[in-house]
Structures are given as C-alpha cells and as structure tokens.
Write a protein that binds this ligand. Structure first.
Ligand code: DCP
Length: 176
C-alpha cells in the first residue's frame, strides 16, 4: 500500500507517525507474526543483482533471533540482568569491540579482502553480539524492530527524496 500522508522533516516529534500504519502503510502483514509484504513504495528487490553480490540468508528472521535469545536467557536465569539499561550498556560495549577491530586500520575495502580469516571471524562474532543485544533491548522495550525499521526507512525516503539528494551526503536539513 502506498504511503499517503507525506511528512516533512520539520514535523514536530509529537506529531510524527508512531508506527508504520500512520504513514499509510499496511501493517497487517509486517508485524513479525505474518508474512512480510513491503509498502509498495519501498523496494525490497535489489536494483541490480550480480551472481557475486553479497546477500544475507533468508533466515533466521529478527523474530526468530528474538526467540532464540529469549530461550537462551530463560534457560540461564539471565532475565533478571537483562533490564533495558543493562542491555543498552552491553550493546554499546559490543559496538566498542567492533570498533576495536577496525582501530588503526585506516579505510578498509568492501569484503575485507586484506583481513585474515581470524579477523573476519572476530568481526562476525562481535557484529552478532551487537545484533543479539539490539534485538533483546527492542524486545524489552516492546519495540517491534522489523516493523519499526520499515517505518524508519519510509521516513528516510521522505527526508531524502532520491531525485533531490542523489550523489550528495548533505544532511536533509541542509537543503534549501
Ligand atoms: N549476561 C549475558 C552474558 C552474555 N550474553 C550473550 C549475549 C552476547 O551475544 C554474548 C556476550 O558474551 P560476553 O559478554 O562473554 O562477550 P563476548 O562473547 O564478546 O566475549 P569477549 O568479551 O571475550 O569478546 O553472550 C547474554 O545474553 N547475557
């Protein structure tokens, strides 16, 4: 379904859409319970795709990751430690561990061709830790992360119209 209610970046926070439904998108199919159907103005098919282009696997979904981490925490009686604040600090700590892997390397090439297998494995683990804590934090804050992300991408489309910003890295509020 098309977004019908345009929202300018200057809209006060209190008046901003709270969920993807407020943008005019059909949310009945993107709440983690059902199959995901993207709003028709947000493409999920790659614009161009080559056989060598990097892609994620289809599963696990964020909901499946939420369940896996929820089970992991229950089995270990970790729930009592997983308050939103603790999870936020844990996530930021893991972001720091990602940053440490890039520290002093200068710019690195796409696909990290100059990294050792061990370095790539470390990065893979630290990025996963960030995601695991992000998903857990979202769960604890009752943020439906997949839907919220679609909503945010919708907002990004409105703030950064492709025909206006093409090839520029200026912030949306720096345009006339
Ligand atoms: N109380 C805890 C402890 C760990 N984990 C899970 C979530 C993370 O994916 C991972 C974090 O474990 P560590 O704190 O041991 O961090 P690392 O795995 O990054 O180890 P290191 O700090 O040695 O790199 O384990 C968790 O959910 N709750």
């Amino acid at each position: 379904m098309m977004a019908t209610n345009a929202m300018s970046p200057g809209t006060p926070k209190s008046k901003r859409p709270k969920c993807v439904k407020d943008l005019g998108f059909d949310t009945t199919t993107c709440n983690g319970q059902n199959a995901f159907e993207p709003p028709s103005d947000i493409e999920i098919e790659a614009k161009t795709s080559t056989p060598t282009e990097f892609k994620f696997t289809q599963e696990p979904t964020l909901e499946q990751i939420r369940v896996m981490q929820n089970n992991f925490s229950k089995e270990r009686d970790f729930d009592k430690f997983h308050s939103p604040r603790n999870l936020l600090l844990a996530m930021v700590g893991e972001v720091g561990e990602v940053a440490e892997l890039f520290q002093w390397k200068g710019e690195v090439k796409d696909g990290l061709p100059d990294w050792t297998e061990k370095e790539k494995e470390n990065l893979s683990q630290e990025l996963s830790d960030v995601l695991i804590y992000l998903v857990r934090l979202s769960e604890k804050c009752h943020i439906d992360l997949p839907s919220a992300t679609v909503e945010k991408i919708g907002l990004n489309h409105k703030k950064y119209p492709a025909d206006k910003v093409h090839g520029s890295c200026k912030k949306y509020n720096e345009y006339d």
